[in-house]
Design a protein around this ligand. Sequence first.
Ligand code: COA
Length: 322
Amino acid sequence: MMYSRIAGTGRYLPERVLTNQDLEKIVDTTDEWIRERTGIERRHIAAPGETTVDLAEKAARQAMDAAGVTAADIDFIVVGTTTPDVIFPNCGCLLQERLGIRGCPAFSVEAACSGFIYALAVADRFVAAGTARCALVIGAETLSRITDWNDRSTCVIFGDGAGAVILKPSAEPGLLSCHLGADGTYNDLLFTPYGTSRRPEPGMPEASYIQMKGNEVFKVAVKTLERLVEETVTANGIDSSAIDWLIPHQANLRIIEATAKRLGMPMERVILTLRDQGNTSAASVPMALDTAVRDGRIKRGDLLLMEAFGGGFTWGACLARY
Ligand code: COA
């Protein structure tokens, strides 16, 4: 049996940092409120003109270096993003051009905060089947572009960034299982009102910012993630104590704590980046993975549980031997 295996990781955060204190000057909020309700202290914001693909390219190059591969090796590109540079070409194609690659499939997956897990699950199938031999999988976002900086209930939460992994075939495990799901009946709890095809009424503002019923999102997220991690553990016939690291989507510290508690995992074995990065949607899981790989916490052979939940609602988990 062939597996796909993470051969290298990378991440990139834009230079500009926006702290909770900075936000106190923009909207009616306090550092204390943001920290207590979310666990976030600061987030990175893309510079004017800096796009999702700009961030993705930097993360991709780092992951390629870490995996010891060159652009010529890559034969599959998939980008999870909710904030593409343009409607088309998709971010995968734009990234392919930046990297000087031609011919391989390149596309984006639109699954909000679960975008990276969805992208990883797709790439895993291609690599494990032998169809792709070196897949570049990205989660990248410039959420600051769809954030209403006058809305204190959302602007304190989100940030920009990109994370990347290279997947290669391996006789050793590898990605063990991926579990994806969605429930579109919740489309009114976390959404943007307009896009390409659905337009505002004539005379209404053109801007299409993130709208969120935070409290209700919170409740469904906790319940869904508890069910999801249990499903993943059960499907693999393991006890959750076998998991070395939980790498959750960085939405809210209280959501992450609830998931860790359900798994019986101490917070020391949970990778947390949201304090310094906020919620970066599809970028959060690969950036957290890369952070812990580079600081030496995650070692070869460790068992990782990655999970995410986001607008749609969508959700996904991957159990992987690093
Ligand atoms: N600063 C100060 N007060 C704020 C605020 C802010 N930034 N944002 C909202 N408030 C106020 C509200 O207006 C409300 O005031 P009221 O009681 O006078 O009406 C009060 O705080 C409580 O709001 P509520 O939305 O019930 O707070 P909460 O405890 O649910 O926390 C979130 C809000 C957004 C932090 C929380 O619901 C959350 O994290 N939800 C999940 C969001 C998420 O993960 N989204 C992404 C999924 S991928």
